[in-house]
Design a protein. Structure first.
Length: 202
């Protein structure tokens, strides 16, 4: 057999900028022609950040899992998750990589609405009240989706220690979230992403 693919080696050394070529390859970030697709907040932009082509890609998931693990390795947390659908592949990627790296972190899902049957819970997973967790999101715009996930996690008795997003659009969302959780981080900001793309097309 030949050498393993490059993304399976030196996993712990993954840095934020490593995800940009993959995002470009999967068209996760693109110039949006009219009519421009709105975000969950209702806002529209000339650039559309759709992280799912990357978060659902095998190499992308591997990179994201390592990036997120590096960003929570200092915390004493047992689980990570966020509002479905954006956070789901991120939480799953982190959970797999955390197990491989010897510090397992469970994943959980926050439903957009409480189930009207069964357990009638907004949280899916094996997390229990009293556990410390990280809330994840793919894109922060106004922060509304992230804040909803924080509220649901707290209602379930979870202690939210940190919030991490893949992309901060730098439109005030981070500041809104910080009113709920002081520790808010992003793998990349809009400024960093646009600088990368300007360099590729300039």
């Amino acid at each position: 057999m030949g050498s393993p693919p490059r993304w399976t080696t030196r996993k712990a050394a993954a840095g934020p900028r490593q995800i940009l070529p993959k995002s470009s390859e999967t068209a996760a970030i693109s110039r949006a022609p009219p009519p421009r697709p709105p975000y969950a907040s209702g806002r529209k932009s000339n650039f559309y950040f759709n992280c799912k082509p990357t978060t659902l890609d095998p190499e992308g998931m591997n990179l994201i899992g390592h990036l997120l693990f590096n960003m929570i390795e200092d915390l004493d947390v047992t689980a990570a998750g966020g509002l479905t659908l954006g956070a789901d592949p991120m939480a799953n990627a982190l959970s797999v990589i955390s197990f491989q790296r010897g510090k397992p972190v469970k994943s959980f899902i926050v439903r957009k609405e409480t189930k009207d049957h069964g357990t009638k819970s907004r949280i899916e997973g094996t997390v229990k009240a009293g556990e410390s967790v990280v809330i994840l999101d793919d894109v922060i715009t106004t922060g509304g989706s992230t804040i909803a996930a924080i509220a649901a996690a707290r209602e379930a008795g979870l202690n939210v220690k940190r919030v991490i997003a893949l992309v901060d659009r730098e439109e005030g969302g981070r500041e809104n979230i910080e009113k709920e959780v002081s520790d808010v981080r992003a793998v990349l900001t809009r400024t960093e992403v646009m600088a990368y793309y300007s360099g590729k097309t300039g």
